[in-house]
Design a protein around this ligand. Structure first.
Ligand SMILES: Cc1ncc(COP(=O)(O)O)c(C=O)c1O
Length: 343
């Protein structure tokens, strides 16, 4: 049974499994000194530009923390969205491991605009206040919405003008690129992004994410930050083999397109029968449903309650969501009577 809990709930893509099996022979150098990891680092340069330097890590929280640790001091601050994974869902890992202050800003549909951030860049009080160092955005956002290339560039320019860096939590960057039909590079390096967490687990891998430094010469000690943060895999080749499967051809894009298409299909099947809390741009829908409908619908297919205050629920699709899953669930939702006027 496939449900609508999370893209983290999805299976491992068969091409990724096959790559793991291919890597599973003989011995290889540890800690990333193997041939597969070497090829993967070159693949990241193919996708993100010649100066891109990637470091593979176990998870997305780790990617965010390691990347940020490599570019800032504890007396410097991160400006991020109040909906961000960094702020909401990392159990204080950034605060603990970076020792840095996070400044959370209220977003609109999950997104930050330069005018939301700007006041926070000017409010520090010399030696007495933290110094903002990084603006962090999530692409696609926690609401499944997408920053356009122009929006990203505007944030990068604002950050750079103020002497800050732009970090992207790209746990679902592939979904954003699929939505915009643009390259990973156009959405990041070419738009002025300085560093990135690049998602793997949500897009068909068993595990593994990457920190990608995009700005030339930034974060020279990334590898040591990674080791100190306990994110350096000894058997790195098995993480690398998965990324090789994802990035050599277009598996990253096929998987993201499929996940996005299934969310669109669900939105279209529901039509005006459900009130959506955000536009459907990637692989997730946020819908407001009646409180009494939540448990019966969860019995059909599992999903998360997002905000009990107004019974906003989250329905997330993944690379392996099938049309039949969507159609069956849409029918179950519509059978509850539709929502357009009564929510
Ligand atoms: C936006 C975002 N960033 C990062 C992560 C990665 O988190 P984890 O540490 O669970 O791999 C997630 C996971 O859900 C996420 O949604």
């Amino acid at each position: 049974m496939r449900h609508f809990l999370s893209d983290n709930s999805a299976a491992v893509h068969p091409e990724v499994m096959a790559a793991l099996t291919r890597a599973n022979h003989e011995h290889a150098a540890a800690y990333g000194d193997d041939a597969v990891t070497g090829r993967v680092l070159a693949l990241f340069q193919r996708h993100f530009g010649e100066h891109a330097r990637a470091q593979l890590v176990f998870g997305g929280t780790g990617a965010n923390v390691v990347g940020l640790a490599a570019v800032m001091q504890p007396f410097e601050a991160i400006v991020c969205s109040a909906n961000s994974h960094l702020w909401m869902d990392e159990c204080g890992a950034p605060e603990r491991f970076l020792g840095s202050k996070l400044i959370a800003v209220a977003p609109t549909s999950g997104k930050l605009r330069p005018e939301d951030i700007e006041p926070h860049l000017r409010c520090h009080t010399g030696v007495h206040g933290v110094r903002p160092k990084v603006v962090s955005i999530t692409q696609a956002t926690e609401w499944g919405t997408v920053y356009s290339v122009e929006e990203t560039r505007a944030l990068a320019e604002m950050a750079h003008d103020a002497g800050l860096l732009l970090h992207v939590d790209g746990a679902r960057l592939a979904n954003a690129a699929a939505h915009l039909d643009c390259s990973l590079r156009a959405l990041t390096t070419d738009a002025g992004v300085d560093l990135l967490s690049f998602g793997g687990a949500k897009n068909g891998l068993m595990f593994g994410e990457a920190v990608v430094i995009l700005a030339e010469g930034l974060a020279p000690d990334l590898d040591r930050c990674c080791k100190q943060a306990m994110q350096l895999a000894s058997k790195m080749r098995f993480m690398a083999a998965q990324f090789e499967a994802l990035l050599t051809g277009d598996l990253w894009l096929r998987n993201a397109r499929r996940a996005n298409a299934m969310a669109q299909r669900l939105a279209e099947a529901l039509g005006t029968g459900v009130e959506l809390a955000a536009p459907v741009q990637t692989n997730v829908l946020f819908a407001r449903v009646r409180p009494e409908d939540v448990a019966p619908l969860q019995a059909e297919r599992a999903f998360y309650m997002w905000d009990p205050a107004d019974t906003t629920v989250r329905w997330m699709t993944a690379w392996d969501t099938e049309e039949a899953d969507v159609d069956a669930f849409a029918a179950a939702v519509l059978a509850r009577g539709g929502y357009s006027t009564s929510v």
